[in-house]
Ligand binder design. Structure first.
Ligand code: TYD
Length: 137
């Protein structure tokens, strides 16, 4: 999983069931997301100017969604970087393994929803950029 590129990551436009009473977006394993979701977590109350992420994963796949508010995600494969602004609750950024990511520019009240393919495992993290570069070799 070390040869992945930023072009293996993609923005997924999910479904949106619209009505006068509001909208619903449904996430289903293997349909909306190309993996089985084993873990869900969300970031909130991120102070203005704060950054999150700053790591890569060896095996984990994730779909990152701005469930509310907006933020930027910069992805980096060691060679190329791409930055996406997420600001729609029916749009997700699919991040494959072996990609460094940084989340920034959180608007006030943002909820960043993350759907993950594996349970939490600290050994799956590459937390230093040096280790990441070594992993990508
Ligand atoms: P981390 O993934 O480093 O946060 P971020 O990428 O948003 O900056 O997670 C921060 C801490 O939260 C981590 O050190 C341990 C804890 N944590 C869990 O215990 N389980 C989880 O599933 C996650 C995502 C984090």
């Amino acid at each position: 999983m070390n040869k992945t590129s930023v072009y293996d990551c993609s923005v997924i436009e999910m479904n949106k069931h619209h009505s006068d009473r509001g909208n619903i977006t449904v996430v289903e394993n293997g349909i909306t997301v190309p993996f089985d979701v084993q873990r869900v977590y969300y970031l909130y109350d991120v102070p203005g100017g704060e950054e999150r992420g700053g790591h890569a994963h060896r095996e984990l796949r994730q779909l990152i969604v701005a469930a509310s508010g907006s933020f930027d995600v910069t992805i980096d494969d060691g060679t190329l970087k791409r930055t996406f602004t997420l600001n729609r609750p029916y749009v997700g950024l699919l991040i494959v393994p072996g990609i460094w990511r940084e989340l920034s520019n959180f608007s006030s009240g943002t909820v960043c929803l993350v759907l993950a393919s594996l349970p939490y495992d600290e050994n799956d993290y590459l937390r230093s950029y040096e280790d990441f570069v070594e992993f990508k070799r």
